[in-house]
Design a protein around this ligand. Sequence first.
Ligand SMILES: *Cc1c(COP(=O)(O)O)cnc(C)c1O
Length: 406
Amino acid sequence: MIPRLKANLGIKELIATCKFWQQDAVEQFEVKFAKLMGQKYAVAFPYGRTGILAALKAMGIENQEVICPAYTCVVVPHAIVTSGNIPVFVDCDADSYNMDMALVEHAITKKTGAIIATSIFGHPVNLDALEQIRQKHPHIKIIQDCAHSFSAEWQGRPVQKEGNCAIFGLNISKLITSIFGGIVTTDDDVFLQSLKTEREKLLSPSSRLKSFKRWLYLCACVIAFNRYVYGFINRLEKSGLLNRFVKYFDETKIDMPADYLEAMAPIEARVGMAQCDKYEQIIVHRRELARYYYAQLKRIPNFQLPQVDKGATFSHFVIYTEDAQPLINYMLKKGIQLGELIDYHIPNLAVYKNHTYFSKKISESLVKNVINLPIHLNVTPDDANYIVTNIMNFFEDRLYYISDNS
Ligand SMILES: *Cc1c(COP(=O)(O)O)cnc(C)c1O
């Protein structure tokens, strides 16, 4: 089975977890991560969403509107609400799936406190458009959500550097991982101080029990992602039996994980440091695979590929197709798991129904039709070839099937 995602976890990470003498692992990880992202500072949190919450509080934003994409991970508005603010949703554009900046202009009111700009799937957000908004409304804070992008570049400019701060998610589905965890980066000395003060106020120290649970989770992941075990795990996951372990957010209510205010565990920071060393290799591999997929798949008429962007870092290689479900089922039979990353439309969720949404009816059309191909470090050139061949076969079979019936 070729899994839709796979963290590159192995001996290095397991050894890293044993370095118990590294008492200041979290601080070391912060320094290393900041350097990796070309920023002055990084501040670690138990989750990316806790980072959003703390950043908004550190900016003094309360009872205000926070503009965010409609097409994003639901934990983002959950964090906005938890911070005591109101999310305002903005639709994406059809080329990059990033927030439509013209619509953002419409969404701005006197109550707007911040904009969360997301580089979804690693496609860089349009920094020129964002800069225009910033110049027109200099009091509005800009948070770069880099959970998918990790240093994606818009015309050579790294997205994480163009805002008041950037947040990153570090769970095992992200480009690099610290088991769970999140991190906020910034170049602003004054903001750094308020963010650290806020973290001090919000978080309790990390307990030994947490370190132990994170270690168990890491071991379970190493086993689960094994090529021979994964097929079985996939069946368990589909049956819902694993929901307790794999579902880390709830779409039906606005809440945060039980331990969202318990500091990042040192063991997570150690894994994070080992992962930083693999960062370059991971990005190079993803870009190469993406180039291959583009070259091979652009011939398929039923597929819509995202705009090619040299600065993208491809947390996911996504395809728009009306045949998403039959293709997913077909590929699964061939031992290939495709992903459906965002399979809900946030403004349609019961808990967000009464929120403002600036729509062009694009985000809602993506939900059922956007799938993502495996693009992790363990996808070999042979695997990629096998994936492409099967996609081609699917469409040939289908074309044949359709003409048979007509
Ligand atoms: C993963 C993710 C986050 C942060 O998630 P946490 O699980 O809270 O670390 C934020 N934004 C987006 C778009 C994400 O995909």
